[in-house]
Design a protein around this ligand. Structure first.
Ligand code: AMP
Length: 641
């Protein structure tokens, strides 16, 4: 039974109207569910009092009968004996192709990209699926098992059905990964109130609990992902100024580095049976966690494991552990420096640094972050729980329970998009509509026009990237706007609107303003970009910016020239009789001169020739205007006009 809640008069809804909403941190290693109880966010424990639910699902042989799967601690305990059917770190597979997953890491279970007819949810071609004794499972189905277990836990603890949930995702999750997370929640019977970025959730937890304002860095090292974000907190408004990181770097990699070091010390080969590999990983993790609480100066931990009948006993000191994982720590700091550059801020401008994720308990992380920023990090909230707590606060607000929502002073969350979005325009150029690092949700529009007389359709090609040429950006979608009434080139006004919702999902619409015809598309790419690809695209755009600018200027000059020539030719075809032969010949020369220049690579020369043609046809244009006015007025009485 839910406890009755007491609050200041007028500050909360009637208890009977309170909607039960939870925050869920769907983590790579562990997941948590939290809710506001008595106005305070709390992680909800299971029947044994444990708040963490290992993000692990084990599938059982269906011919044996029974529940068919184990979730959480039971599954984790079975990982050694049944690694092939025990799915951990499934978050790394969400919205990913098998090729993307294979590049990132080796997993103790089989990842395929087959489309198996026995699957309940058909994955898109190439998407990763996991082969188990109970058939192939999509990462969405596996995540849905974890979410359903958390939902059950919440309903048991709170004593009623849930209204909805806020689910957190790494800031770097792309559209496909966010969509996969939403799909998993729906499969688990959860209404998704919103997906929010993990560092943003952490900021909510800290911002509201401590009442702080200013610019903050969030350093989030979980089991499988690393996010660095710069947030600005102003009176309850959180703005993500920049975000970056590495979705393939986390505490698991520290385990792997330690395991590799121990094998090397023992002169052992890394070729192990799946059971031995799982045992090695589990011991590496235990040892790593134990090293966080030993005396850093002269403590040590015994790494002891049996590998395929071979007993391994290795003492590990904090200094040795730090040395064999130093490259990983440095990788996180590379991301931190890059995010600061993106936000155009110096480390001294940070008023605070928030540490999130279980792996930030490692003393070398705390020390490195503290030395870099020149200040101790905020750690007064549990780093494992802080994301779920923030999500719970947000869920409560979105469900309409909180004071903020009542007073209209709604908690505003602003996240950013990692790469610019735009559309293809004439000449293979990209017109950027939503610049990179724009805060979301957002809607931005720009007007475009037709290129040819009588053009009745327009293909819109949606692109992502920082480069000026279509060929250098990533194609997200194409759609066609049909039914534009025939008009002269340049007369139609087509408003293209990019809308990105709070979950980072994009829809693009195009509307011809005069006739009202419209078309739209929701952009859900079948898979997204990895962090490395985003980083590479950004790097390319910096390196080639000058070159791109020149290429763009040349293409624009050529397109303008084309447009000018076509318009002049069509005017000559209609009204050449207005000109005397000398004038007609002069315009002909100007067209020829521009046509010749057009193939040169001198943008300024093409522009000059276009300008000459424009000047040389000014008088002709005036004569045409007079004629059309005369025609329009012919035979009409003054009062009809
Ligand atoms: P999270 O994804 O935030 O749950 O973080 C899980 C990661 O934190 C795993 O790699 C854990 O091994 C790691 N972790 C948890 N506790 C500790 C600890 N005391 N010292 C070092 N790492 C830890």
């Amino acid at each position: 039974m839910a406890l009755l809640q007491i609050s200041e008069p007028g500050q909360s809804l009637d208890p009977h109207q309170r909607r039960l909403a939870v925050g869920i941190d769907l983590g790579t290693t562990n997941s948590l569910v939290a809710a506001l109880r008595h106005g305070v966010p709390e992680c909800l424990p299971d029947a044994q009092g444990r708040v963490l639910l290992p993000s692990v699902v084990r599938y059982l042989d269906p011919s044996l009968g029974g529940p068919g799967r184990e979730i959480g601690f039971a599954a984790l305990a079975a990982q050694l004996q049944d690694p092939a059917n025990t799915i951990s770190s499934v978050k790394r597979l969400m919205g990913r192709t098998r090729a993307q997953v294979a590049r990132v890491e080796k997993l103790p279970y089989r990842v395929l990209d087959l489309q198996d007819a026995s699957m309940s949810a058909q994955p898109a071609a190439g998407m990763a699926v996991v082969q188990t004794v109970a058939g192939c499972k999509t990462p969405i189905e596996v995540s849905a098992e974890i979410l359903a277990a958390l939902r059950q836990r919440a309903e048991d603890s709170l004593g009623d059905d849930l209204f909805g949930a806020v689910i957190t995702v790494p800031a770097y999750f792309d559209d496909a990964q966010r969509q996969a997370t939403k799909d998993a929640a729906e499969l688990a019977g959860l209404k998704v109130l919103r997906l929010i970025n993990e560092p943003t959730a952490a900021a909510i937890a800290y911002g509201l609990d401590n009442g702080v304002e200013g610019i903050f860095a969030v350093y989030d090292l979980g089991g499988g992902t690393f996010d660095a974000s710069i947030l600005r907190l102003t009176r309850g408004v959180f703005e993500v100024m920049a975000t970056g990181g590495d979705s393939a770097l986390g505490g698991d990699d520290y385990d792997a580095a330690l395991a590799a070091w121990v094998l090397a010390q023992q002169g052992l080969s890394a070729a192990l049976t799946p059971t031995a590999r799982a045992a090695l990983q589990a011991e590496a993790r235990r040892c790593k966690e134990a090293l966080s609480s030993v005396d850093q100066a002269d403590g040590s931990v015994l790494f002891g494991v049996d590998l395929d009948g071979h007993s391994v006993q290795q003492r590990v000191t904090p200094a040795q552990f730090e040395a064999c994982t130093a490259a990983l720590t440095e990788r996180t700091m590379v991301s931190v420096r890059k995010v600061l550059r993106d936000a155009v801020l110096g480390k001294a401008q940070m008023q605070g640094v928030v540490l999130v994720g279980g792996a930030t308990r490692m003393p070398q992380i705390r020390r490195t972050v503290c030395e870099f920023f020149g200040q101790a990090a905020l750690t007064n909230l549990n780093p494992d729980e802080v994301v779920a707590l923030g999500a719970a606060i947000q869920a409560d607000a979105l469900a309409g329970n909180s004071r903020r929502a009542d007073s209209g002073d709604e908690l505003l969350l602003l996240d950013v998009i990692p790469l610019s979005l735009g559309i293809e325009i004439m000449g293979g150029l990209v017109e950027r509509i939503v610049p990179r690092n724009s805060t979301i949700p957002t809607a931005l529009a720009q007007d475009f026009t037709t290129y040819q007389d009588g053009q009745t359709a327009l293909t819109l090609h949606v692109l992502q990237g920082e480069r000026d040429l279509v060929a250098d950006c990533r194609s997200l979608a194409r759609f066609v706007l049909r039914g534009i009434p025939p008009m002269a080139a340049g007369a139609a006004r087509i408003r293209v609107t990019f809308t990105i919702d709070a979950d980072g999902l994009l829809s693009v619409s195009a509307k011809e303003q005069g006739s009202g015809v419209q078309a739209s598309i929701e952009v859900k790419p079948s898979y997204g970009l990895s962090d490395e690809q985003i980083a590479a695209m950004l790097k390319d755009s910096f390196v080639t910016a000058e070159q791109d600018m020149q290429a763009r200027a040349l293409i624009e000059a050529r397109v303008d020239a084309d447009r000018m020539i076509a318009a002049t030719r069509s005017a000559l075809a209609a009204d050449a009789d207005l000109l005397d032969p000398g004038e007609g010949e002069q315009i002909g020369h100007l067209i020829d001169a521009l046509t010749q220049r057009q193939s040169s690579s001198d943008a300024a020369a093409i522009e000059a020739a276009t300008e000459s043609l424009a000047k040389g046809t000014e008088a002709f244009a005036a004569m045409r205007m007079n004629r059309s006015i005369r025609q329009a007025l012919a035979g009409k009485k003054l009062e009809q006009i």
